[in-house]
Write a protein that binds this ligand. Structure first.
Ligand code: BV8
Ligand code: ZN
Length: 242
């Protein structure tokens, strides 16, 4: 199942970094973006995940995020998330760099998590930036508004928006220092997150991809493990960490 090189690298690695995408949460019941069950089946991404779309049609974008918030409030981490939380205990420096906004890594017990695309449980007013919890706004049918009359948006990163600088810088540093870099459950098409495996590769890391199918990254990965992350990761932990 796992090449000898991965085993020996993991045994000695002080620095491990893991880039995760929607695929790692799929087995928790969170639809992915581009897969057959894709969230974007019904809508096209550009209609929903950019600021102009939100200003043009706040109620449509609010409806989509309300739908996703409800899914995410009813799900829990899966064995893949728990396996990563276990792996973190066995390496001096272990960084999870996630494109996901569902908070499942932290809920599974992972400590060192960088959220490149924000967190769907956070919301703020686009005018005065006042923060709001889901409890305060989820009952709103139409796009919720702040007392200052500004629209309230989800605390995620939309297309064309900068990633949180501290999260991005820490993620680049983790990729540059990684001896083993995992790319898990991501189609590797959204930048700059998708550039991190190459940053790690150029710095000498052993690149491992875990996905149901091959992606643009597969040809440069040192090892491609095809299958469900919720099955492969626990097997990795069982075999080499217990
Ligand atoms: C930026 C919002 C600087 C949050 C999201 C042209 C070329 C290159 C780049 C660009 C370009 N034009 C514009 C850009 C930049 C753009 C970009 O990359 N566009 C792409 C699509 C071409 N990026 C940006 O705009 C970023 N910002 O660049 O800032 C800047 C600033 C100003 C002006 C210019 C530049 C911002 C990107 C953030 C976008 N936000 N979502 C939300 O609502 O969630 S993107 C969205 O896609 C999600 O955040 C998600 O995280 C991300 C990536 O998707 P994946 O996680 O990979 O999910 P996907 O469904 O695609 O794939 C799932 C995978 O899992 C599949 O491979 C599947 O096989 C696998 N899988 C499924 N089940 C399992 C599994 N694997 C294992 N086990 C399973 N069980
Ligand atoms: Zn306000």
């Amino acid at each position: 199942m796992f090449l000898q090189k991965l085993i020996s690298r993991l045994r000695t690695a002080q620095h491990v970094a893991v880039l995760t995408g929607a695929g790692i949460s799929a087995e928790s019941g969170v639809p992915t973006f581009r897969g057959t069950d894709g969230l974007w089946k019904k809508f096209r991404p550009e209609e929903l995940t950019n600021f102009d779309a939100f200003i043009k049609n706040p109620d449509l974008v609010w409806e989509w995020y309300k739908y996703r918030k409800q899914i995410i409030s009813n799900i829990k981490p899966n064995p893949g998330h728990y396996a990563l939380a276990e792996m973190e205990k066995h390496h001096e420096h272990f960084a999870i760099i996630t494109q996901n906004v569902d908070n499942l890594h932290r809920r599974a017990g992972s400590k060192n998590v960088y959220e490149l695309h924000g967190n769907i449980e956070r919301n703020y007013c686009i005018d005065c930036r006042k923060e709001f919890s889901d409890v305060e706004i989820l009952s709103s049918e139409k796009a919720p508004r702040c007392k200052c009359s500004g629209l309230i948006r989800p605390g995620v990163v939309w297309f064309g928006e900068m990633l949180p600088e501290d999260q991005w810088n820490a993620s680049v540093a983790a990729a540059e220092q990684a001896e083993v870099f995992f790319s898990l459950g991501t189609s590797a098409v959204v930048y700059p997150a998708a550039s991190l495996p190459m940053v790690a590769k150029h710095a000498g890391a052993y690149i491992v991809e875990i996905n149901l199918e091959r992606t643009d990254l597969s040809s440069t990965a040192d090892e491609v493990l095809l299958g469900k992350s919720g099955e492969i990761l626990p097997r990795l932990v069982e075999t080499y960490y217990k």
